[in-house]
Design a protein. Structure first.
Length: 489
């Protein structure tokens, strides 16, 4: 065992002793004291640098230049080293290189010169320095720093591996894809009909195809769709597919309009519930009784509807599947309406009033430019506590279409929907209004009108008036139209 040097031991031998013991310098970079190297060992002599024997003639250039030693400073060499796998050599802090032999298991010796700062490039500012009782500071063990770097690199490597697996699974081709993606060779067997519901995404479509044995696995279709930008154009509806198709073949078939059965049913604005039922029954080959027997509680109606379908079967064009039940069709209409109402920020009592007003506006107006004016007439008459006097509410009571006016007997009805006798809004909507009428109810035109009348029902021309006298003049025009068209009044 080597003995520690005493004060008379040459400086070089003392350095060798420190290196062999794996001790760190007491004055690392930033401590305020310069490292003063000795003149070094004689040529050919080896020194021990942290367990690595290095020939002196390849020692650091900085260590070969003698410096004046101060009385209170021990000698320190620059021994910053990092292994370079490409050359199998150690590259030190001042870019010198030296061959190395066997590596000991001891912790290598590190000393720092104030000229060399490259070690901070990996770790950052010297926040790891700590003060000691003797007023000097030392750097934490390099094993901790390098351990943190290795751990970070391991996280990146593992994350990259799993990311690669995900991408590979999504983008693998079907001619030579991964073994974990099941796919039929195609072209397919017996014909089968599948339904793509409204709002279905690529993953749901893939599952529907797999559940019906159109494709071998949902992952196969998802992979094919993910690399084909046309897949986003797949529409809801019924598709005539084949059993056991290849994923690419199934995608191509769904993109071909020839194999999509479009069962579009258009429900226009302003229809009564009974009229909606009749159109659905005719277009989807069902019975009106099928719709009349639907329990409103099964439709998830808005709370504002009060459990009634009237007014909340949203008008639009729908692509119902041939196997959709009456309940499913009505539920789809209600659901679309709820989404449209939410877009307008409507809910609760505000939604209820907007739908009631919207239904009146929809029934009375023929042109979009007139709708905000009708909305203002409603508000003005409500403010004056005057009955609205709308023929459309009387038509709703008697479920009668085809007549422009009403009779005295009809206007004498005691129904709460009779706006000739009841002041205020009717208790509920009288039809299912479209979005334009609802928006008009929310944004009425600015004007003093209290009256309006459709003077020419054939063209839909409507005139607005502020005074009753002016209104009577407009009514006279309507009566002349009735005289000219007796079947229409």
């Amino acid at each position: 065992m080597s003995q520690p040097p005493d004060d008379k031991t040459p400086l070089t031998s003392r350095r060798e002793y420190r290196a062999g013991q794996g001790r760190k310098s007491r004055h690392p970079r930033g401590s305020g004291k310069k490292a003063v190297p000795d003149t070094g060992p004689s040529e050919g002599q080896s020194i021990d640098r942290g367990g690595v024997d290095l020939p002196y003639d390849q020692e650091l250039d900085a260590a070969e230049q003698p410096k004046a030693a101060s009385a209170d400073t021990e000698s320190h060499e620059v021994a910053y080293a990092a292994e370079t796998p490409e050359t199998g050599r150690y590259s030190d802090g001042v870019y010198g290189e030296a061959t190395y032999g066997s590596v000991h298991q001891e912790q290598p010796h590190y000393a720092y010169d104030e000229v060399d700062h490259r070690e901070d490039l990996l770790i950052g500012a010297p926040e790891s320095l700590h003060e000691h009782d003797d007023g000097h500071r030392r750097r934490r063990s390099p094993l901790i720093r390098w351990g943190a770097i290795v751990a970070a690199l391991a996280v990146v490597a593992v994350g990259g591996y799993f990311a690669l697996q995900v991408v590979t699974g999504l983008l693998s081709s079907f001619g030579g894809g991964g073994d974990d993606v099941d796919d039929y060779p195609g072209p397919g067997g017996s014909e089968v009909s599948i339904e793509v519901p409204d709002g279905a995404g690529g993953g749901q479509i893939a599952e529907i195809l797999a559940d019906n044995d159109v494709v071998a696995s949902s992952s196969a279709f998802a992979a094919a769709a993910s690399v084909d930008p046309r897949s986003v154009s797949i529409q809801p509806g019924s598709y005539r597919m084949l059993e056991q198709m290849s994923a690419e073949g199934a995608l191509e078939r769904m993109l071909d309009p020839e194999f999509r059965d479009v069962n579009g049913v258009t429900v226009r604005e302003g229809l009564w519930k009974a009229e909606v039922f009749a159109i659905l029954a005719e277009q989807t080959e069902k019975e009106v009784a099928d719709y009349e027997s639907v329990d409103p509680a099964a439709l998830d109606l808005p709370a504002a509807a009060g459990g009634e379908m009237e007014g909340y079967l949203f008008p639009d064009t729908y692509s119902f599947g041939p196997n959709d039940s009456a309940t499913e069709q009505l539920a789809e209409m209600v659901d679309l309406g709820k989404r449209r109402y939410a877009d307008l920020g409507l809910e609760g009592e505000e939604l209820n009033e907007a739908i009631i007003k919207g239904s009146l506006i929809q029934a009375e107006g023929s042109f979009s430019d007139d709708l905000p004016k009708i909305a203002q007439v409603i508000d003005n008459r409500l403010d004056e506590d005057q009955p609205l006097g709308f023929d459309s509410t009387v038509h709703f009571i008697f479920q009668e279409r085809g007549r422009a006016g009403t009779t005295d007997e009809q206007r004498d009805s005691d129904s709460p929907y009779n706006t000739y006798k009841v002041v205020g809004l009717p208790p509920g909507p009288i039809n299912s209004p479209g979005i334009t009428a609802i928006e008009a109810a929310l944004n009425p035109a600015d004007g003093p009108w209290l009256y309006f009348v459709t003077t020419n029902p054939s063209t839909g021309e409507t005139k607005f008036a502020v005074t009753f006298e002016e209104h009577n003049e407009n009514v006279a025009e309507f009566q002349q139209w009735c005289a000219d068209n007796p079947d229409g009044c």
